[in-house]
Design a binder for this molecule. Sequence first.
Ligand SMILES: [Zn+2]
Length: 434
Amino acid sequence: MSARVRLDVPAPGRRTLSAMRARLLTALLAALAFLLALPALTAQADTPELPDRIAAAWRTDHLSVDPRLAAGIPQTELDRIRAAMRAAPVPVYVALVPRTPYLEKKTYDMPTLLHARIGTPGLYVLAVVDGNYWSAAAELYRQGGLRGRDLVSVQNDDKQRLDLLSDRPAPRIVRTIQQASTAFDGRALPPVPAGDLEEENGDHELSTTDKEDRSAYVGMGVGGVLGFGLTLLIGLRRRHRVTKRSKARPPAKDDPPIEAWDVQLKADDKITAAERAVARLGKRRNRTTEQLDQRDDAYRRLDAARTLRADHPDDLLAAAGALVLARQAERGASGAAVQPPCFFDPTHNPGTATVDWSDDVEVPACQQCASVVRRGKTPRGLRVWSRSGLLGHDRKQVPYWTLDPEDNPMVASGFGAVSDDLPERVAAWKDEVR
Ligand SMILES: [Zn+2]
C-alpha cells in the first residue's frame, strides 16, 4: 500500500539554488508527492472502518503508521516514540494518521473506539497530522480497581506541554506517554528536552512565574467560581472590543453559523450513547465506590443534557450544552476522565490544551483553537445570530461569549469550560424559567 515517491534533484542544480528557491522547490515537490499519492488516498478514504484498520495493525505492532504517512516520517521520530513506549509502566498503543473528514468529527472518540476493539488496559494514543501540525488524542485505561491520577489532570499541570513543537510527531506523543506514566504510578514527569520545545518569542510569552500565578488563580476554590466566571466574561468582552477596534477581518458573509440542527442531531446521538454507557455501568456487579461516584456524576450530566434538549429543542446553545454534557456523561460512565469542552466552540474536540485568553484567564481549548490563540489571534468560535436594531431585524453573527452571561448558563460557564458546574446551572435555570 505504501507508495513511496522519491524525487532526486540533479546535483549541479542543487548547488546553485538559493535558499529561497530551495524552499520553493521543496514545496513544489511536496505538492507533487501529494498529487502522486492522491489515488491511494481516495482509494482508502477513511470510513468508520478506520478503528478496525488500526486495531488490526496493532496486533503485530503497537506503533501503527498509516500507509499514507509512511514515507514522510523520519525513522528517528519513530525510534523515539518506541523508546518512550518501552519505558512506560503500561501497554501503549500509538497510531499515526492523517486528518480526514471522518476524523474531523471522530478524533476525540477514537481512543475509546480503539480501546473497545483491543479490550486491554493501557494508553491509547491517536496522533493526527493536519498539514504539518501534529495533535494527539489519548486515553488511559486502567485495570479494574486500580486508582491513580487522571491523565487530564497531569496534562493540565504540565505547563511545558504548551510549548511543545508540533511540526513533527515525537514531541507530543512522547510527552503524552510520559504524562500517562505519571498518572499511572505517580513517577516524576521528566523535563521536556530543549529540542522538543518552541523557541521563546518574547512578545506574548509569559514568564513561568506569571503562568504559575495565573494557574493558581484559575485553580481557586469552587467558592470563587461565580466571581471568576464574571471576571472571565468581562475579560472576554474587553478582548473582543480590542479585536474589533484593530479592524479584525469580519467573518465571510457566506460563512453561516453552524447549523443548529446538526448540533441537535449530534447531541441526541450522544445522549443515546451516554444512556447506554450508564446502563452498562448500572448492570455491572461488585461496583467500586469510585464507579458508583462515576455513575452518579454521569447521571447528573445526562439528566442536565436531557433537560436542555427537552426545554429548548430549537436552541443552538442548549443543543451544544447538551452535546458537551452527554459526551462527558458517556466518558465518565465508561471509566474515562471527564474532559472540559473547547471554550471557543464546545462542538470542537475537548479542551485538552490550556491557553491564556484575557489578562486574568486561562481557558481549555482544543488543539486547533489553542494554536490559533498562540499565534495571537482569536479563534472564530461558536457563532450565534444576535438580533439588534429596530424590531431585531438586523441579524448578525457574534461569538457566543459576547452574549449576556446573565441570560444563559452555557454562556456564563463557557459550556462548563470555565467552571465545571453546568449541570447545577442548568437545574437552576430550569427553576428560574418556570
Ligand atoms: Zn476549538
